[in-house]
Design a protein around this ligand. Structure first.
Ligand code: GDP
Ligand code: IMO
Ligand code: MG
Length: 419
């Protein structure tokens, strides 16, 4: 493969296995970079009997690679410091650089994530309540606190004073809730976080732009259909997980990328929002049990359904996948029949992927049916797979006109087939 930077992008609603694939590819890379999202992400990497669950640290940390947090991330310093300790306690060598322009998740962001979700009642988004949306709101509202601000006692105090007053008013007057945060405590705590994180500060944009010969992996969080613009708005996250966001979120000039779309062999979603191929009852339980479909960050049971190629075709348009990594193929093993959505219809009329949730809710999937197959998880090459599994995979490649480059047939590193 060429030395263009690689981007690992979730092609569905998140939790496709980005952590596992990033870890695998990191072995031969120099740098691994997060460019968006925050600790709403939960990336699991299994190494032997150890399972690493990472929220903010790029998955390259497991291979001891140099890791970067770009300006497009929103960073909870308390969570990051805990995660650095957790990584070190588990024997990992943490080599981390954080862009000084990264926006900080403050305690009032977490508070507001909770109260705004409660106020939505049955229309709630089902956020992770990590303060992600409110932190991005402040970034774009031009009142965010950035990591570099935590290093200037005077300027930080001034900024925090203004924002604190505003947030207090919003929580008390708009939401009618108690604002129990104490200014002095927050101020001193976050100054302390600043001084602890100071040693990681690096101009990430400058470093990545200068070192073009390095092999770089950009590790996406969330997935295409949680994108703030292109996802199932408003049931989305507040950042851009899609590949184009790499340039802004890491601060590098637009350039050619190897964009690897991570596709779970079926579909899952945590949180609310439309899901055209969703299953209920026994089949949904099958996926939850066999795929261990519980959220890494919140422990919530994931909603499950069939693979949806209409979604993936749209995801390919947005991301420009150069190849796909299909994960969790082993989970399909044991089903007599496997379905894949190849079209949507609204009241019997074929429709392309619609732009609004209300239209998505009306979409009926048109399925193509495949015979079930067995995957043991011990297959070493594509040729080792059963013919019926190849038929399923070939159909996906042909429909999307994108080659599958990686097949994941279990959570372990060695349960992977490179094509
Ligand atoms: P991410 O957020 O995209 O990194 O995905 P998560 O880590 O949240 O969820 C994927 C889960 O599936 C993790 O528990 C992985 O260990 C597991 N996993 C990844 N690939 C496979 C696979 O091919 N088969 C099975 N059975 N599990 C997998
Ligand atoms: P990874 O990186 C799956 C979902 C939440 C909710 C919506 C908005 O592990 O794939 P937020 O807290 O971001 O404001 O919540 O987005 N969500 C995820 N779902 N995987 C994730 O990350 C997610 N991060 C956010 O459940 O529906
Ligand atoms: Mg996850």
């Amino acid at each position: 493969m060429n030395n263009n930077p690689k981007v690992i992008v979730g092609a569905q609603f998140g939790d496709e296995g980005k952590g596992k694939i990033t870890d695998l590819l990191a072995e031969k890379a120099d740098y691994v970079v997060r460019y968006q999202g925050g600790n709403n992400a939960g990336h699991t990497i299994k190494v032997g009997e150890t399972e690493f669950k990472l929220h903010l640290l790029p998955s390259g940390v497991v291979h001891g690679k140099e890791c970067f947090i770009g300006n497009g991330v929103v960073l909870d310093p308390e969570v990051l410091l805990q995660e650095i300790n957790y990584a070190k306690e588990n024997g990992l060598d943490v080599q981390l650089s954080i862009d000084p322009l990264v926006n900080i998740i403050m305690p009032y962001h977490k508070l507001l994530d909770g109260v705004s979700e409660s106020a939505l009642n049955d229309k709630s988004i089902g956020t992770t309540k990590k303060g992600i949306g409110p932190a991005y709101e402040d970034k774009f509202g031009r009142r965010g606190i950035r990591l570099i601000d935590l290093l200037d006692r005077v300027a930080f105090k001034e900024k925090l004073t203004d924002v604190f007053q505003l947030k207090k008013k919003i929580v008390e007057k708009v939401y009618g809730k108690a604002f129990l945060l104490n200014f002095d405590k927050v101020y001193s705590e976050y100054l302390e976080y600043g001084s602890q994180l100071q040693k990681y500060l690096t101009d990430v944009s400058r470093k990545l732009s200068k070192e073009k010969q390095k092999s770089i992996i950009f590790e996406g969080a969330q997935g295409t259909f949680l994108d703030i613009t292109y996802g199932t708005y408003p049931y989305v996250t507040s950042s851009h997980p899609i590949s184009g966001s790499v340039f802004l979120g890491a601060g590098i000039a637009p350039q050619e990328l190897n964009t690897i779309g991570i596709v779970k062999a079926y579909t899952t979603r945590v949180g609310e929002g439309p899901f055209v191929t969703e299953l209920y009852g026994k089949l949904a339980d099958y996926f939850v049990d066999k795929g261990k479909e519980f959220g890494t960050t919140t422990g919530r049971k994931r909603r499950c359904g069939w693979l949806d190629l209409v979604m993936l075709r749209y995801a390919h348009r947005l991301n420009g996948f150069t190849s796909l990594a299909v994960t969790k193929l082993d989970v399909l093993s044991g089903l007599d029949e496997i379905k894949v959505a190849i079209d949507y219809q609204i009241e019997g009329t074929e429709t392309s992927y619609p732009l609004t949730c209300s239209s998505l809710e009306k979409c009926e999937p048109v399925y193509k049916s495949f015979a079930g197959f067995a995957v043991s998880g011990n297959e070493k090459s594509y040729d080792d797979l059963e013919e019926k599994a190849k038929v399923y995979l070939d159909f996906i490649q042909e429909y999307l006109d994108v080659p599958i480059s990686i097949l994941s047939i279990g959570p372990d590193r060695n349960q992977t087939i490179f094509l």
